[in-house]
Design a protein around this ligand. Structure first.
Ligand code: ZN
Length: 241
């Protein structure tokens, strides 16, 4: 996934814009952004416009794992409220309790407003629950967790996201399980009614899938999203320094 390979794939997919959104796997994301900036300058006025982003785990109320002002080259910030796989700690005391999971997922989403994030990545998606392995503790099915989420709390969350003008991501992860997709589709429909915008993320980790949304394309059709419903990095107001 070098800059050159990603851009070649984006060009082949006919993309006009691409966002390169890395995780802070190790300290030095800001330095990595500087290198990306130089690669973007070398690429020059190619057919694809390149935007630099970061996907940051939510670690507290209005708090991301790296404060966005420490990433001056980032064009946009994505909050990841459910990347427990990267945080290396059990997210709830009782891993088999769907009620604890529901509360944890909602709390982490509620913590995004005020963090400086522009988008929320793959809402409510937890890798360990969606793709359970052979080993490890027994985790509740996603349907049981969803059943523990009070509709009022879900609506209130949307109100806060709308107020903070944060976009919600549409990625292939939404479609990994039908019951999850149905839940997200319903919630996104109510998000659209509130004027919340959506960003598309291919969540691509290899050149083959760059610019491709897979089954999530159909979701965009069913939600009847038009150009005005989409968030774009060009709309981000950068603080003048
Ligand atoms: Zn992610």
């Amino acid at each position: 996934m070098s800059f050159e390979r990603i851009l070649a794939a984006a060009e082949a997919a006919g993309a006009k814009d691409i966002g390169l959104t890395d995780h802070p796997y190790h300290p030095g994301l800001a330095k990595h952004h500087e290198a990306l900036c130089r690669a973007r300058e070398r690429y020059g006025k190619g057919p694809v416009r390149v935007w630099i982003g970061a996907e940051l785990e939510v670690v507290g109320i209005g708090k991301l794992i790296i404060p966005p002002d420490q990433l001056p080259q980032a064009d946009y910030i994505i909050a990841a409220p459910s990347h427990y796989d990267l945080q290396h700690f059990p997210p709830v005391p009782h891993l088999d309790d769907p009620m604890e999971w529901a509360d944890r997922l909602l709390t982490d989403m509620e913590n995004v407003p005020g963090s400086g994030a522009h988008i929320i990545a793959h809402p409510f998606f937890v890798t360990a629950i969606m793709r359970p392995g052979e080993k490890g503790p027994r985790l509740p099915p996603i349907a049981d967790i969803i059943a523990e989420m009070r509709p009022k709390r879900l609506d209130h969350l949307l109100d806060r996201i709308a107020e903070a003008k944060i976009a919600l991501e549409i990625s292939p992860r939404i479609s990994v399980k039908p019951e999850f997709e149905a839940f997200i589709e319903d919630w996104y429909r109510r998000a659209k009614q509130r004027g919340i915008r959506f960003s598309t993320g291919s969540d691509s980790h290899r050149p083959l899938t760059v610019g491709k949304l897979g089954p999530a394309e159909k979701l965009i059709g069913r939600l009847e999203l038009g150009p005005r419903d989409f968030w774009h990095a060009s709309q981000v107001e950068k603080p003048k320094t």
